[in-house]
Design a binder for this molecule. Structure first.
Ligand SMILES: *Cc1c(COP(=O)(O)O)cnc(C)c1O
Length: 236
């Protein structure tokens, strides 16, 4: 199956999940998770009408930007970002979805100030409370949102989460529901640099559940590009 056929199928599944939840499918963006896929595959996904690309690794982002791989679609950063690499990401992407610590938040704010720009970000929430995973504890989100004017070079657009890989349909619903409740709590906290309308959650295995719980952006890799081959050495 081609990338564009896969995307048509996913669009149909998004529409079905939205209809089942009484939602408008236009309110759900499809972000193609492009890690380990080359510029040509990314171009095919963009041509097939995905809403944005999400890249995980700084090296891959830099390489694909230089190849104009994302041309025609916004590009987001969705992987763990080390503070010493913020220069390579801030101002180069439309949205940094994976801001997972206060230290990183401050580093991105400082780099945006240096560049004289305002960077859009999402706060990553460690909703499943996994020790090995980054992200803010859920209870930190509301206070952080209320004091977000401290980060005058950033604009907070919403929340993202990466719950555990689900084995069975329905596994992650409780996490998705908690994320939705959290996003509702902060949606009315609008200020000069807080404008929350993105809830990024749901991947290949569980995006229908995420949509049922209120996701506005699903990040899909495998179902678009096929399984990633981790044995292959990638050129980037
Ligand atoms: C890889 C990745 C995805 C997509 O995962 P699939 O299961 O391949 O759809 C989504 N979000 C993030 C942060 C990822 O790293």
């Amino acid at each position: 199956m081609s990338i564009s056929e896969n995307i048509s199928i996913i669009r149909r599944q998004i529409a079905e999940a939205a209809a089942a939840a009484g939602r408008d499918p236009a309110d759900i963006q499809l972000c193609a998770a492009t890690k380990m896929n080359d510029a040509e595959a990314v171009r095919q996904a963009v041509a097939a009408g995905i809403d944005c690309c999400g890249e995980n690794r700084v090296q891959e982002l830099t390489a694909k930007l230089s190849e104009n791989a994302y041309q025609g679609a916004p590009v987001h950063f969705i992987g763990h970002l080390q503070t010493n690499k913020v220069k390579q990401v801030v101002g180069k992407v439309d949205l940094i979805q994976s801001v997972d610590s206060l230290r990183l938040l401050r580093a991105i704010d400082a780099e945006a100030a240096r560049q004289g720009i305002r960077q859009d970000i999402l706060l990553e929430v460690n909703i499943s409370k996994e020790e090995t995973k980054g992200g803010f504890p859920a209870e930190d989100i509301l206070p952080l949102t209320e004091s977000f004017s401290d980060f005058s070079n950033l604009r907070l657009r919403g929340l993202m989460a990466i719950p555990p890989i689900s084995q069975n349909s329905g596994d992650n619903r409780k996490f998705f529901q908690e994320m939705y409740n959290l996003s509702v709590d902060i949606t009315d906290k609008t200020s000069d640099n807080v404008s929350v309308n993105i809830l990024s959650m749901g991947m290949s295995a569980d995006f229908a559940d995420a949509i049922a719980c209120g996701s506005t952006m699903v990040r899909i890799g495998t179902a678009i590009f096929g399984r990633r081959d981790y044995t292959k050495k990638h050129s980037t």
